[in-house]
Design a protein around this ligand. Sequence first.
Ligand SMILES: [Mg+2]
Length: 121
Amino acid sequence: MGEKKMDLKKINSEIEKFVSDRDWDQFHSVKNLSMALSVESSELLEIFQWLTEEQSNQIKNDPKLMGKVEDEVADVFVYLMRIVNKTNIDLEQAVVRKIKKNAEKYPVEKSRGNAKKYNEL
Ligand SMILES: [Mg+2]
């Protein structure tokens, strides 16, 4: 994320203004937003589809592809924030709670350095 701190409140009000200026909230059921989020994350995936592991790790050196990655990451974020806003999720609390759950599922002593799923640890 770099050194710059993100102004989440400002970004969020820009997202909400964009939607209300176009009267698009009527199309944004939580179901539709979840589907749109999945589509956008697939668009992100598509950029990497035929790249090797090494090429994917070097993508930051390709300004043209990075422009696409940034666009799709932004799309994913926008839909995620719309879901958060429409469901009144406390995002910070939800993330902290989920990291705690993940830490219980993946204790360091069992999961450090391996990629196995928790039910195979
Ligand atoms: Mg997109």
